[in-house]
Ligand binder design. Structure first.
Ligand SMILES: [Zn+2]
Length: 72
């Protein structure tokens, strides 16, 4: 295998990894790494505990308060 081929293979693997990341990011209901409200990192513990969580604890509780408010 020439150096050129090795580089192509590496690039191919990189492309494949990136497209998987893109697919996961676009998937509805995907777990987000960052809060969709304020943009801070969502702790791994929370991501594991809350399925499809897209916000941090603070934003989630604000959203829940707002939802309760609208319900009444
Ligand atoms: Zn947040």
């Amino acid at each position: 295998m020439s150096i050129d081929d090795a580089q192509k293979t590496e690039q191919h693997l990189l492309d494949a990894a990136l497209s998987i990341q893109r697919e996961q990011a676009n998937k509805p209901g995907a777990t987000f790494m960052h809060c969709q409200e304020c943009g801070i990192d969502i702790p791994k513990q929370r991501r594991d505990a809350v399925k499809n969580c897209s916000t941090c604890v603070d934003c989630q509780s604000l959203i829940e308060i707002q939802q309760q408010h609208y319900r009444h």
